[in-house]
Structures are given as structure tokens and as C-alpha cells.
Design a protein around this ligand. Structure first.
Ligand code: M6R
Length: 606
């Protein structure tokens, strides 16, 4: 996720671009830049935030009435000046900004290198600029059309040519992009808030749209350059509402991004019935020697690791443990070069997780990072990093990162199983198709959000909650409980359902709410019996169960159903009702959901 913006009109472009980028900084903030076409085509860009770009621009005298800008959330290449956008083509006649991921960029880059071209950055974006230049013959629109038809993946693009001062080109495929219509001026942006100070007349581009943006006209085409028509929408939201996409809090917005996050996390990794995680191309001999796997992390990321433990033992048949990093780092764990250690971190900067990673490396373990922030310390220090590509997560309560972590862990384990001949082709095909079905299933769950909100409104007198489940549902119960406690301040604990009668059951009273997660089909009857034990003690039970398991309605007070999915992938989507429940309980209590008391987004100190 990155933010892009573009302007053409009678004003100086620079202040418009900077203002737009400030509104898009929530989409990425590791580097930023602008390109302006005045007497000459110039770029100014830097690592860091928009304020760092402004500082760099002070001495640049960048003037011109057409320009494009970018704020970056790195996916390919570390966050540094060179990888920052905009990117020039080789001759510096064409300039481009890009949001998204080009899946076939390595093939295209190789092709261009073989033709004698030399690249300056490590990004996938630069390949697009070079490709457009290779097709350019005095018509930017045509060159862009030819280039984008060769691209696989997701992209929103803004493209300018030094020789065409009266237009720039924008393209959208699987990454958001809107066009703003002004009087004698027109704009593009990744999101509406960037444009609301200038216009409220917006066209939301559709996938495959190419837009030719002139100062007094916008022409829209499909990928074959046939003209297309899109409605102009009149936006009535305030700027602040718009930043959160119309949602009341970032947490809710991030939960609603999950279907797209699920798509992005599998992009380039699930295709034609195959699962590929090329970052983990380990030799079969090495994989066969591994005798222990650890998943080490903190908080929500640790809970994703608990899912990893179950999956690793299931598919790889190797002993696996999930451990909280602050414990792991101080207990002298038994590790050697036959140990594989997964470290999981959204930020990649959590102090305990980094210390655990360094300990594991010092003892010779092979380390894999499941990380969101590209170029973060964890990403740089692990032997192999698999990015989750969830985009910036602003709310302190982690939601979309968990979904992507669990998904990428599942993909990684299945890929390692495949490399070590523990996954048949048939199983691979079945899982590939199960992954592809997840975004739609997540969307279906989100449609129940009103009913979750209604239920949450009935929980005002609840003083404590117990989340129970077995196997992967137990892993989910830990995460459900953490979500609730951190934003609603209601006491919540996750327990293995079978453990309830060994102690916690003594706490169950009519003032308790038990949330029973019962999606893991091999053990669902067992969990059902545990629900009955709770009901017999007067506890109120909310169940999260798979569609079709109607029987559970006979015992639970309320049931949220999740669509049927392979048991092993259930956590990716079954966490959604738990996240929504936590959100709406906190909301019904009027709390500061995005910034819960005593907590910080990234814990970089011990
Ligand atoms: O950035 P990390 O994933 O390493 O952060 C780990 C935890 O601090 C984080 O998941 C925390 O528990 C969240 N507030 C949970 O919502």
C-alpha cells in the first residue's frame, strides 16, 4: 500500500501534491517524492516522511503546473532514497509513480537487462518506467497501454512524459485510484481525502481503466483503449471521515480491508493450483535435517505463531513450539543448526522479538521472518523474510496484520511441506483453491457486522469473559481475548476448552460471557460438550461456528456462523467475528478504540 497523487492545471503543482501526500501518509511513510514538469522534468525524493521531503524541497526551486507524487510503503527494495518514487525511465524522459506489486517484474527486468538496459533501483516500479519508454513513440497513452498489458499483479500508476506537457496518464488495476474533477484543473489520488480541499467531484476508477488527464478534460479507456464511461460522484464526507474511509475508527477500517489484505498476501504465491513461497527455497536435505521449529513473537503476532505451531506439526511432522519472545530470550532454549525459528512481527521492530531473533541466530538456527514493514530490523536480520504485504496498520489493536500473518504462515508451512515431499500435488491443488476462496468468505463474514454490533450492545453488564476452543480454535481464543481486553478493558482470557473444568469453570457465573469457538471440525463435538458445562453453571455463551453446524444453536445463546473452509485455514477468517465483537463492545462503552490506554503500536523497548 502506497499513496499516489497527480495534478494538472493553472496552479503551481508542488503545493497541491504535498498537501495531497499529507492526506495519504497513512498509506505509507517510509519515503516520499514528487516529479514536476516545468522547463524540465525533475524529481525530488527522499527516505522518510513528507516533512523530510519538504525539508529537501526547500532549496530545489521546483516549478511547473503538472506533477505526480508518492508516499511509499516499501514492498520491493529497502526504504531508501534510490527506491523512493517517482522513478525515471532510463533516458529520464518518462517518470512514474506506482502503488501495488508487479508479480512478473523479475522476468520483465531480465528481458530488459538482456536488451542492454541498466537499472538504478531494486523496485518493481522502475521496470514499468523502462517498459513504457521502450514502447514510447511520441504517444504516452499508447505506450502506457502497451506496457500495462504486459504486467501481472496489482497497480495504480501515474505517468508523465517530458515531451507531453498537456497531459498525464493514470491506470488502475487491483489498487485503488480516483480522479478528481476541478475547474480548469484535474487530479488523481489513491484515496478521496487527498482531493477534498480542491474538489468534491470524484470518479472512482474501475479495474482496467486507463485515464488521460488533461487540465480541462479527462478521457477514460479500457486496457484496449476503447472509451469507457464512469459516473461522477459528489462526495459529502468531511476530510476527517474520509481519511478513515467513512469508518468511525481505523480499527474498523482495517478489519474491513481484510478481504483485500487476504488477496494481497497470496498474490504471486497461489496460482494455477500451485503454492509457491520462493523466499523459502530451502534444499530438501536441509529440511529433512530440521528437528525442531519455534514460532517466536509478542502479543497478536505470538497468537499467529500458535496457529503456526499446530500447522507445522500437522504438515511437517516436526516438533513445534510457539513461545512469547520475552520468555524465549531469557531461558537459554535448546537451539542448534537443525532448529528453524520463525519470528513474527508486524512492525519488525519489537525489542523482545529482535532479541529472541538474535539469540536464535547466535546459536546457529535458521531464521525466517514473517514481517509487514519492509526493511525493518527483523526483516533485515532474518535469513529469509516473507512479507505479509498488509499495508500500514494504524490502530494499536492489530487486526489485518494477524489475518495476513496467519495466512502467510500457512502458505509457508505448506510450501515447506511440498519441498520436503510431505504434501501431494492433489493436496496442494485443494489448498490453493481453498486460499483463493478466502477473500469472498471474509466479505461474507463482514456482512454480519450489524448483528455483531447488536449483540455487543447487550454485553454492557458483562464483567469478565472466557474464550474457549480446541486446537486451532484455541489459538483463536487467545487472540479473541487479547482483542477484547486491550480495547474494551473487559477482563478476557483464552483457554483450551478442555481445560475449563480444571479451574476456570469456578469463575463462571451469570455475569460471565463465554465465547466458544467451534470451527475445527475434528473436535467440534468435544467443544459442544464444554459449552454444555458452561450453560449448566448459568454462563451466557456466544458461539462462533461453521455454517451447517446448526446443532450448536440448541446450546449456545447466540451463534455467529462463518463460511465453511478447510480446517487448517479457518483462523484466517474465523478471527473476523472476534475482532468485530471486541470493536463493538469497546464502541458501546464509548472508548478511545484506536489508542487504548497504556499501550503503544510498536514496543521498541524492553
Ligand atoms: O509489531 P509486532 O507485531 O512485533 O507487535 C507485537 C505486539 O506488540 C502487538 O501484536 C500487540 O500485541 C498488539 N497491540 C495487539 O493488538
Amino acid at each position: 500500500m502506497c499513496g499516489i497523487v497527480g495534478y494538472i492545471g493553472d496552479k503551481e503543482a508542488l503545493p497541491v501534491l504535498i498537501d495531497g501526500l499529507k492526506h495519504l501518509e497513512y498509506r505509507g511513510y517510509d519515503s516520499a517524492g514528487v516529479a514536476i514538469l516545468g522547463e524540465d522534468l525533475k524529481i525530488v525524493k527522499t527516505r522518510g516522511r513528507i516533512k523530510d521531503l519538504e525539508a529537501k524541497l526547500k532549496n530545489s526551486n521546483l516549478k511547473g503546473k503538472i506533477g505526480i507524487g508518492h508516499t511509499r510503503w516499501a514492498t520491493h527494495g529497502a526504504p531508501n532514497d534510490e527506491n523512493a518514487h517517482p522513478h525515471f525511465s532510463e533516458s529520464k524522459n518518462i517518470v512514474i509513480v506506482h502503488n501495488g506489486i508487479i508479480e512478473n517484474y523479475l522476468e520483465l527486468k531480465k528481458m530488459l537487462i538482456n536488451e542492454g538496459h541498466t537499472f538504478r533501483s531494486e523496485t518493481d516500479t522502475e521496470v514499468i518506467a523502462y517498459l513504457i519508454e521502450s514502447f514510447y513513440d511520441g504517444d504516452l497513452l499508447l505506450a502506457v497501454k502497451k506496457a500495462v498489458n504486459m504486467l501481472e499483479g496489482s497497480f495504480a500508476l501515474g505517468v508523465m512524459s517530458k515531451d507531453e506537457k498537456d497531459r498525464f496518464i493514470a491506470v488502475r488495476k487491483d489498487s485503488p485510484l480516483v480522479v478528481g474533477l476541478g475547474k480548469g484543473e484535474n487530479f488523481i489520488a489513491s484515496d478521496i481525502p487527498a482531493l477534498l480541499s480542491y474538489t468534491r467531484n470524484i470518479i472512482i476508477l474501475e479495474n482496467g481503466d486507463i485515464a488521460e488527464i488533461r487540465k480541462d478534460k479527462v478521457n477514460l479507456f479500457d486496457l484496449s483503449l476503447n472509451p469507457v464511461k464512469r459516473d461522477v460522484q459528489k462526495i459529502t464526507w468531511s476530510v476527517d471521515d474520509a481519511k478513515k474511509g467513512g469508518f468511525k475508527h481505523y480499527m474498523l477500517k482495517e478489519i474491513f480491508e481484510e478481504p483485500q489484505v487476504i488477496r494481497e498476501a497470496m498474490r504471486g504465491r497461489v496460482k494455477d493450483g500451485k503454492i509457491e513461497v520462493p523466499e523459502l527455497n530451502f534444499a530438501k536435505k536441509f529440511l529433512n535435517e530440521i528437528n525442531k521449529i519455534y514460532f517466536v513473537a509478542c502479543g497478536t503476532a505470538y497468537h499467529a505463531g500458535v496457529v503456526g505451531k499446530y500447522l507445522a506439526e500437522n504438515f511437517l511432522r516436526i516438533t513445534a513450539e510457539a513461545e512469547v519472545a520475552s520468555e524465549f530470550r531469557y531461558r537459554d532454549p535448546v537451539i542448534d543448526k537443525k532448529t528453524l525459528v520463525f519470528v513474527i512481527s508486524q512492525s519488525g521492530e519489537t525489542a523482545d522479538t529482535l532479541a529472541a531473533l538474535r539469540l536464535a541466530k547466535s546459536k546457529g538456527a535458521k531464521t525466517i521472518g514473517i514481517v509487514n514493514v519492509v526493511g525493518s530490523s527483523a526483516a533485515r536480520e532474518v535469513d529469509s523474510v516473507v512479507y505479509i504485504n498488509a499495508g500500514p496498520e494504524i490502530a494499536v489493536a492489530s487486526t489485518k496484520a494477524y489475518v495476513a500473518q496467519v495466512e502467510v504462515i500457512a502458505l509457508s508451512i505448506l510450501y515447506l511441506a511440498k519441498l520436503s515431499d510431505k504434501l501431494t500435488e492433489k493436496e496442494e491443488r485443494l489448498f490453493a483453491s481453498a486460499f483463493e476462496g478466502l477473500p469472498e468468505k471474509a466479505e461474507k463474514i463482514l456482512k454480519q457486522s450489524d448483528s455483531v454490533a447488536e449483540f455487543a450492545a447487550t454485553t454492557k453488564t458483562i464483567e469478565e469473559t472466557f474464550y474457549i476452543g480446541r486446537n486451532l480454535d484455541y489459538a483463536l481464543s487467545l487472540e479473541g481475548a487479547l482483542k477484547l481486553k486491550e480495547i474494551s478493558y473487559v477482563h478476557a482470557e483464552g483457554y483450551p476448552a478442555g481445560e475449563l473444568k480444571h479451574g476456570p469453570l469456578a469463575l463462571v457465573t451469570p455475569k460471565s460471557l463465554v465465547i466458544a469457538i467451534d470451527t475445527y471440525s475434528p473436535l467440534r463435538e468435544k467443544t459442544l460438550s464444554n459449552i454444555k458445562e458452561v450453560k449448566a453453571r448459568g454462563g451466557k455463551v456466544l458461539a462462533v461456528a461453521s455454517e451447517g453446524y446448526q446443532k450448536i444453536e440448541e446450546v449456545a445463546d447466540k451463534v455467529f456462523y462463518v463460511p465453511k473452509v478447510a480446517d487448517e485455514l479457518s483462523p484466517v477468517i474465523s478471527v473476523i467475528p472476534l475482532q468485530l465483537l471486541a470493536y463493538y463492545v469497546a464502541e458501546s462503552r464509548g472508548l478511545d478504540i484506536d489508542k487504548p490506554r497504556n499501550l503503544a503500536k510498536s514496543v521498541t523497548v524492553e
